[in-house]
Design a protein around this ligand. Sequence first.
Ligand code: ZN
Length: 213
Amino acid sequence: MILSLLALGFAGAAAAYLDPGAGGPVGWERRTPDPEIAWRRSIAVGQPGAGLLVRGVRFPAEGEHFFTWDPVLHRTPNRSSRRWGTDRLVRFVLRVVEDFAAANLGAPRVGIGDLSRQRGGPFGPVHFTHQNGLDADVYYPRRDRVERPPTKVSQIDRRLAQDLLDRFVAAGAELVYVGPSTGFTGPRGVVQVVWNHDNHLHVRIRQHLDSRD
Ligand SMILES: [Zn+2]
């Protein structure tokens, strides 16, 4: 099963269209407008901590209700090469963001951080997981509405952040990590306190081995 998925993965990766933004020199891709989302059925291979992404979908650089953030270069938008997920993950995050914006008129745009690399795999020293297109980092909204991650817990808009967290849970997230200093809560077994998550939550969706799902 795994072997056939892997074989399919390599064939699919070879046939994937070339993303002009991925791996381009810094600065070049900033002038390249994000094309429409190229939807296609994706496959998450293996585990979030040891896996691959087949036929991933690129998350947009920004939208009416969200911006993306590069946690290494500390700038927006996030690099194209760090914004790949399964089609289900991209759709899931976009839907929660839209619902959040509709329910909280006037709220700041939501900051979206790293998803996975285009073909998944190890994602550098920042992430232990994020390897197969099922994980996304989402920054807590700031009270001052500045579009960058909070640097102190006191900068977080607690009401909006808890609402955003609740919406990811209600939408069916498999797990959400929150930081120990935030005090955010949720259903036991879904919302877990993990160090290094005081400025963002980490959301993961379930893996469906049936690619038609
Ligand atoms: Zn994460």
